[in-house]
Each structure stands twice: as C-alpha cells, then as structure tokens.
Write a protein that binds this ligand. Structure first.
Ligand code: FES
Length: 248
C-alpha cells in the first residue's frame, strides 16, 4: 500500500505546531497502525530527521497509552478498537490519512502526538482508597455480589483510561472515564464505606482539571474502545446527588 500521511508535528508545549505531509510506500495491510508509524520513524531516523513522537506501551489494547486522532476520530475508523489494534487493511491504497493528538484543554500536547494525561491520574488519586478489614481473606461466599452488579462493575472496570472519550467530546468532558471508575467500585460491597467521599472528590478534581461538563451528546461512548455505556454517567450523577444531600 502507498499512503499519504499528514501528521501533527509540534516541538513542545509552547510550539504552535502544524500538519506535515509524508509519503509512505510498501505498507503491508497486515501491519498495525503503530507498526506503520514505526516504519515511518525508521525512515526519518535513517534520513537524519526527528522521528514522530507518539505514545504506546502494551500494543494489545489494555494499557490505554496509544492515543491518536485518525481522520478526525479518536482511535480511528474501527469501532471498539484501540489505535494499537487497528490494522492497515482498514485503509485503502493511496489514501490520505490525517493523524493528530488528543485535543482537549486538560490534555496539553507534550510533543507531536503525545499529550499529558496526568489529569486522569489526579482524578483517580482524588478518589482515595477503600477501607479493607485486616486479617485473613474472607471466604468467597461471605461477601455475596448479585450477578447483574458484578457484570456492570466488570464492564466499567474495563476502562483503560485512554482519554478517547475526552478527545471526542465537544465539551472536552472526562465524565465517561470518571463515571467508569465510580461505577466500578460503587457497585461492590468493598466500595461502600467511601462511596460518597469518592464521588465528591473525583467530580471536584475532574472540574478542577479543566474538563467540561457532560451534555449527553454520546460521542464519548461511540469512540470508547471498551464500549463503556453512557448509563455509567447516569449512575455517577445519581451517586453525586446522593452524596451532596448526605453531606449537607
Ligand atoms: S498501546 Fe496499550 S492500549 Fe494501545
């Protein structure tokens, strides 16, 4: 495959940045999107040019590090697929592909396609710890969890914190991410003692970091590689209202 790439290049946070064109020949349809960028970077390095900076770690769809807006869509054209799991066979020979970083006030660009997602870490930190009794591990049947709750909690726990929800949202909201974390622990018996303080702390930090509010456009869930549903945000709102009432 021959491709025309237009890639966002930005030297650092203060640099204005711009789209830079590159032609790439001999791309195999079986390559992943990141392998295609590896090929480009190898060529740039051999030519004595600065390679394109981009984030990645597991390349298996589990760490949430890969974060590219491809042709205007976070993680590209395949539904429920991270950038690292996207393959070049989903593009056409001769196609022009635009590659940009997440764009959101709370995720400043560090360099090229790399953004600082530390805001997500600080939201998690604001949620605090859970209380756990000391002593030996309790028997599994001693803490019964209804199956629907276990399934919903597990679904929320699959959030990999990639930030695609923020990149897709016209408000730059991080509510789907925050809601996934709230849902995950809020449905478990172990998450009950700090349930109120957790939701208050995390929502406060979400707003402090400069993320926008949710207006139910649903763009977040449409691009989420793990399919976290919008209903998680309803659960967060219900928990938040309950916590506010309890603290007043
Ligand atoms: S590199 Fe880990 S999810 Fe893509």
């Amino acid at each position: 495959m021959k491709l025309k790439l237009r890639i966002w290049r930005q030297n650092g946070p203060q640099d204005a940045g711009s789209m830079v064109p590159y032609d790439l020949d001999d791309v195999s349809p079986d390559m992943s999107f990141l392998e295609m960028l590896d090929v480009l970077n190898e060529r740039l390095t051999l030519d004595g040019q600065e390679p394109v900076a981009f984030d990645h770690d597991c390349r298996e769809g589990i760490c949430g590090m890969c974060s590219l807006v491809i042709n205007g869509t976070p993680h590209g054209p395949q539904k429920a697929t991270t950038t690292c799991q996207l393959h070049m066979r989903h593009f056409s020979d001769g196609e022009t592909i635009d590659i940009e970083p997440w764009r959101a006030r709370a995720f400043p660009v560090v360099k090229d396609l790399v953004v600082d997602r530390g805001a997500f870490d600080r939201i998690i930190q604001a949620g605090g710890y859970i209380s756990a009794p000391t002593g030996s591990a309790p028997d599994a049947h001693a803490v019964p969890v209804p199956k629907p709750d276990a399934d919903e909690a597990f679904e929320a726990a699959t959030c990999i914190g990639c930030g695609a929800c923020v990149a897709a949202c016209p408000n730059g909201s991080g509510m789907l991410f925050t809601a996934a974390k709230i849902t995950h622990l809020g449905l478990m018996p172990q998450g009950q003692p700090e349930r109120d303080s957790r939701v208050l702390g995390m929502v406060h930090q979400h707003d402090e970091e400069g993320f926008g509010g949710c207006t139910n456009t649903g763009e977040c869930t449409a691009v989420c590689p793990k399919g976290i549903p919008l209903a998680a945000i309803s659960r967060l709102n219900a928990d938040f209202r309950h916590a506010l009432k309890a603290s007043s």
